[in-house]
Design a protein around this ligand. Structure first.
Ligand code: SF4
Ligand code: SF4
Length: 523
């Protein structure tokens, strides 16, 4: 008895110390990031965070969009949560073979729930394995969502979770056969010398443990007693070893995902970009940095994003750039930034500014990768742990455009056209009313203030005014409004580009200039 207490505690203490040190180090590393615009106070913010935890973490809403892997993850996640009770049981059994406290080790329904989730986790692991084999990058190459993920580590995790459940069921089966399983039919468990007598006293609710007990029954009470002690120690060893493995692997998401979801932008991390730099030139100094050029320019929330990635590849599978053969994978981009964060850890933690610092583009992120993004946001929408890819991409583009003046020649042309002609194609304001000639009714062009008899101002936009296909849509909309009796007018040549393409390209300065000009017109 003393030996198993000493071994069990020694293994636990060593593993807790290693994992604890790693988590402390990680929290320090993440906190080296810049300030993030994440107010954490106020009832509204707290309500949003709690709602997100209930829907996305507890309810697994995003994961369940993909039914089969979603259900497998649902049962694994809830299995881990429910089976925390067995951790109390196993540590109790280390000291006292008949350990039980109210509910834990006594409530028969809990024995059934524990066994149900143990079985469901094993079934889920089989499902995960089949999915991984069917979608292996060696079979599907780029079409596999696991392309570029750490495959060995993923298999190691599946193996370790299996071992947690297998060691649990074996020591419970052995406990049943030795008369030391705390869940009993009624009264107080008396340890008998026969396996059959011990099994007769045990609660049948622990159905999976009973099956394992039947398999082990021919070994007799003595051998089962040895198995009980060995598998209790193995279960503790695997659980604490798994904790250490998790703290060093992509499975950090087990602990970081609830945090990342709590701090994510609400209602969704799409729409306006997160950080809006102050483009007032009066406030600019020599040290001002627009965007992100080095890993230390990211906020702590972005560093938390990189650490939380599970490498599931859901973002990659919905990315239009990746699916049309471009080099950009949002998953590989996040993994690249995470690797750079860990590689730069010493510098980040020491706050050193000496020596050459690797710039993210092109050293870590290839320019072709950065400029392949359409900023559609599908990756952010799909990510089950609420990583905000678009903000990171636009931040790096801002640095490239505004600090380095580096961008593809096509982007340069577009930005010049917006700046000089007020539209991305450089066609000029005079052409903004040409589409009106296709209509058989008059549309007023508003010169000054909107007259009383006009209900709405129709903002046509550059594509609607100047692009052939866009014009057809605008013409149809105008005809519908006219037929419905809605009175409306347009700004015509006074309308200018909203600056949205410039903003997506990272030219925040041009965007803000265009926005200011349009606001002035509208005022
Ligand atoms: S926002 Fe960019 S990276 Fe994300 S899915 Fe769209 S194209 Fe891909
Ligand atoms: S960024 Fe999100 S969706 Fe993409 S691989 Fe990582 S966890 Fe999965």
């Amino acid at each position: 008895m003393l030996a198993r207490i000493v071994i069990g505690l020694a293994v636990s203490l060593i593993c807790f110390a290693i994992a604890g040190r790693r988590f402390f180090w990680l929290s320090k590393l993440i906190r080296t990031g810049q300030n993030a615009n994440r107010p954490w106070s106020g009832i509204r913010r707290a309500k949003e965070a709690v709602t997100a935890e209930v829907i996305e973490v507890a309810g697994q809403k995003k994961l369940l969009k993909w039914t089969v892997p979603g259900l497998a993850h649902f049962f694994t996640m809830w299995g881990f949560t429910v089976l925390l009770t067995t951790i109390l049981e196993v540590y109790g059994a280390l000291y006292n073979r008949d350990f039980a406290i109210p509910f834990i080790g006594r409530a028969n329904w809990l024995a059934a729930v524990e066994d149900f989730f143990a079985v469901m986790v094993l079934v889920s692991l089989v499902v995960f394995s089949v999915i991984r084999i069917k979608n292996a990058p060696s079979r599907k190459d780029r079409a596999s969502r696991f392309y570029g993920s750490h495959l060995g580590a993923a298999w190691a995790v599946l193996g370790m979770i299996s071992l947690v459940i297998i060691t649990l069921l074996v020591y419970r089966g052995a406990q049943i056969n030795t008369g030391h399983f705390p869940f009993i039919t009624d009264g107080v468990m008396q340890s008998e010398t026969s396996v059959a007598a011990n099994q007769a006293m045990t609660s049948p609710w622990a159905f999976a443990s009973q099956i394992v007990a039947d398999w082990l029954a021919p070994l007799g009470v003595h051998t089962n007693a040895i198995l009980e002690a060995v598998f209790i120690l193995l279960n503790i060893g695997v659980i604490t070893g798994f904790l250490v493995f998790v703290s060093y692997s992509k499975h950090l998401h087990i602990f970081l995902a609830p945090l990342n979801v709590a701090f994510s932008r609400r209602p969704r991390a799409l729409g306006g970009l997160d950080k809006t730099p102050d483009m007032d030139m009066e406030n600019v100094t020599e040290d001002t940095v627009f965007g992100v050029g080095k890993i230390e320019d990211f906020t702590w929330k972005q560093l938390l994003d990189f650490s939380t990635c599970t490498e599931c590849g859901r973002c990659q599978s919905v990315c239009p750039a990746w699916n049309t053969g471009k080099p950009l994978s949002p998953k590989l981009l996040i993994m690249g930034l995470r690797d750079n964060m860990f590689a730069s850890a010493d510098r980040l933690l020491s706050g050193s500014t000496e020596g050459a610092v690797e710039s993210l583009v092109p050293s870590i992120i290839d320019p072709d990768v950065l400029w392949s993004c359409t900023s559609c946001g599908a990756c952010t929408e799909e990510c089950p742990v609420d990583i905000e890819h678009v903000d990171a991409i636009i931040d790096m583009r801002r640095y490239e455009v505004m600090m380095e003046s580096r961008f593809p020649s096509e982007a340069g042309l577009l930005l010049r056209n917006i700046e000089n002609q007020g539209d991305p194609w450089g066609l000029g304001n005079s052409k903004r009313t040409e589409w009106l000639s296709a209509l058989d009714f008059e549309v007023p062009i508003i010169e000054d203030t909107i007259p009383e008899d006009i209900e709405y101002l129709y903002w046509v936009g550059c594509a609607g005014s100047l692009d052939e296909r866009g014009r057809k849509q605008v013409e149809s909309t105008a005809r519908m409004l006219h037929r419905a009796g809605v009175t409306f007018g347009i700004l015509g040549p006074r309308e200018a580009c909203t600056g949205d393409p410039a903003r997506r390209m990272g030219n925040e300065y041009l965007f803000q200039e265009m926005a200011k000009a349009n606001i002035e017109t509208l005022n």
